[in-house]
Design a protein. Structure first.
Length: 448
C-alpha cells in the first residue's frame, strides 16, 4: 500500500487539507466484480490513515467486502437497472443515520437516488463518479460501427434509437432492444447529475463526453487521474525460450480478444514458442465458443503457439501474471473510458500493445510507453506483436518508460490530493450553516 512509514509526511499533509471524517460509497455492487469495486476498496485503504471512515451501500455482493469499511449495508434493488420503488428513500435513510461528510455515488441506474440524496438542509457533499458510458449511451459502449472513427460523439437523444434500430451501434447485449421508455429513464438518470455537487471522471475523454450531454456544467466536472494499484510483491522471471503474451479483461466481443487470436496466428516466422494466456470472466458464452474455434484454428496454423484460459483471477494473481508476461495486448473495439488493465500491466513491468481508441491513449504514448494500433486492424496488430516479441530491447525500453509514467502520473497520492481538493471545493461552496467541520468521532454502526 502506498501509505507506508516512508510516506507519513504525505499523510499529514493531506490530513491538513481535509475536514472529512466519514464517507459513504453508493454502488450497485459490493465485493470483487471489477474496476469500480476495486477502486472503492483501494480508496478505503488510502483514507484510513487520514482518520476517514468509509461506509458502503450496495445492491449485490460477490466475494468479500472492503475490509476497512466501517459499515456495509445491503439494499435489495440497488443493482436493478430498471429501478425499484422505495430504494432511493432507503438510501437516504441510511445515509442520514450515518451522517457522513461526503456521499460518493458510483454506478447507479435510477436518477431518483441522486435527487433523493439532494435533500433540503443536507450537510454532506454529493460526488458522482461516472465510471463508464451508461448514463450517456443506451448501448453502454459509445461506439459506432458505420463510421471511420468508431467513437460516437452524439449526445443521448432520440437519434440514438434511430442509430440502434439501423444496427449502427455496438452494444453489450446483442439481444437487447431499446425504446422511448428506456431513453426517458436514461435521460432522467443523466439529468440527476445536476443534483450532485461535483461529478468525477477518470479522463479528459470522459469529460468531453459528459459536456456534450450536460452543456453548461463544466465547473462541476473534475478529472481525477485514476491511481494504479502497486503490486504487493515483485517476482523475477527466469528467462526461457517461451515468449508470453497476455489478454486480461471481460471475454466479450467489444474487448477484441478474437482479433488478438487472429493476429497471433499470423506471426508464424518467429522461431520461438509463444504462450498466450487469457485471463478474465466469460461474459458471453456464444462469443467464447467463437473464440475457442479461432484458438483451435490458430494453433493448427502456428504449431509454436499455445493458448490457454486462466479464468478470473484475484489481484495478487493478476500482478504475478503481468510480471511473468512479455507483452500485454488490449485490442479493444469500443471507446474504453479508462482501460485500467493498461496501467496495471505497465506498473508490473510488461510491455503493452493497445488499440488507439477511447482513453487507452492516456496510458500509451505511441513508441514511447507502448504501441498503439487502429482498432480492428489485425495486420497492424500482428506487426506490433512481431516487433515486440522479436526485440527484447524494445520491450525493455517501452516497459521502463511505461512503469515510470504510471508511478509519476497515476499514483495514490496524486489521486487522493485531487479528490480532497474537489471535496473541499464542494464544502466551501455550501452555505456556512450547513458545513460540517471538525467532527471528532463517528458512532459505531453494525454491518448488515
Amino acid at each position: 500500500m502506498f501509505y507506508d512509514e516512508s510516506s507519513d509526511t504525505r499523510v499529514q499533509d493531506l490530513n491538513s487539507l481535509t475536514h472529512m471524517r466519514s464517507l459513504v460509497h453508493v454502488n450497485e455492487k459490493g465485493g470483487n466484480f471489477g474496476g469500480t469495486e476495486e477502486y472503492i476498496d483501494s480508496l478505503s485503504r488510502m483514507l484510513a490513515p487520514l482518520g476517514v471512515g468509509s461506509h458502503l451501500l450496495y445492491g449485490r455482493l460477490r466475494g468479500k467486502l472492503p475490509p476497512l469499511a466501517r459499515s456495509a449495508w445491503m439494499i435489495p434493488g440497488l443493482a436493478i437497472r430498471e429501478g425499484v420503488e422505495g430504494v432511493s428513500q432507503r438510501v437516504l435513510r441510511i445515509v442520514a443515520g450515518i451522517d457522513p461528510d461526503v456521499v460518493y455515488v458510483h454506478n447507479v441506474f435510477d436518477g431518483r437516488i441522486l435527487r433523493e440524496l439532494d435533500a433540503p438542509g443536507r450537510r454532506y457533499s454529493i460526488l458522482w463518479y461516472i465510471h463508464d458510458h451508461y448514463p450517456t449511451c443506451l448501448t453502454e459502449l459509445r461506439t459506432r460501427t458505420d463510421c471511420a472513427d468508431p467513437t460516437c460523439r452524439d449526445p443521448l437523444s432520440e437519434t440514438c434509437l434511430q442509430h440502434i434500430a439501423a444496427g449502427h451501434c455496438l452494444g453489450r447485449l446483442d439481444d437487447r432492444s431499446y425504446d422511448s421508455k428506456d431513453l426517458a429513464i436514461r435521460l432522467r438518470l443523466l439529468d440527476s447529475a445536476r443534483n450532485a455537487d461535483a461529478i468525477v471522471v477518470v479522463s479528459d475523454f470522459m469529460k468531453e463526453v459528459l459536456l456534450r450531454n450536460l452543456p453548461g456544467m463544466q465547473s462541476k466536472i473534475h478529472v481525477l487521474p485514476r491511481q494504479v494499484r502497486r503490486p504487493a510483491k515483485k517476482s523475477h522471471r527466469t528467462p526461457d525460450e517461451v515468449l508470453r503474451v497476455l489478454f486480461s479483461g471481460r471475454i466479450t466481443y467489444e474487448k477484441g480478444l478474437h482479433n488478438a487470436i487472429r493476429a497471433l496466428s499470423r506471426i508464424q516466422p518467429l522461431m520461438h514458442r509463444i504462450l498466450f494466456k487469457i485471463a478474465g470472466p466469460i461474459e458471453s458464452e456464444d462469443y467464447w465458443r467463437h473464440c475457442q474455434d479461432l484458438i483451435a484454428e490458430a494453433q493448427r496454423q502456428n504449431p509454436l503457439l499455445t493458448i490457454c484460459h486462466e479464468g478470473c483471477l484475484h489481484y495478487a494473481d493478476m500482478d504475478a501474471l503481468y510480471q511473468d508476461t512479455d507483452v500485454v495486448v488490449v485490442p479493444s473495439l469500443w471507446a474504453e473510458p479508462l482501460g485500467i488493465v493498461v496501467g496495471e500491466a505497465l506498473a508490473n513491468g510488461a510491455s503493452v500493445v493497445a488499440s488507439n481508441v477511447g482513453e487507452l491513449r492516456s496510458w500509451i504514448v505511441n513508441e514511447r510507453t507502448g504501441l498503439l494500433v487502429e482498432p480492428g486492424n489485425i495486420l497492424a496488430l500482428a506487426v506490433a506483436f512481431s516487433r515486440l516479441l522479436c526485440d527484447p530491447d524494445l520491450r525493455a525500453r517501452l516497459s521502463a518508460a511505461g512503469r515510470c509514467r504510471v508511478a509519476e502520473d497515476f499514483n495514490d497520492h496524486r489521486h487522493l490530493a485531487e479528490l480532497i481538493r474537489v471535496v473541499e471545493l464542494c464544502r466551501r461552496n455550501r452555505p456556512e450553516s450547513l458545513r460540517k467541520a471538525g467532527r471528532d468521532s463517528e458512532s459505531e454502526i453494525a454491518f448488515y
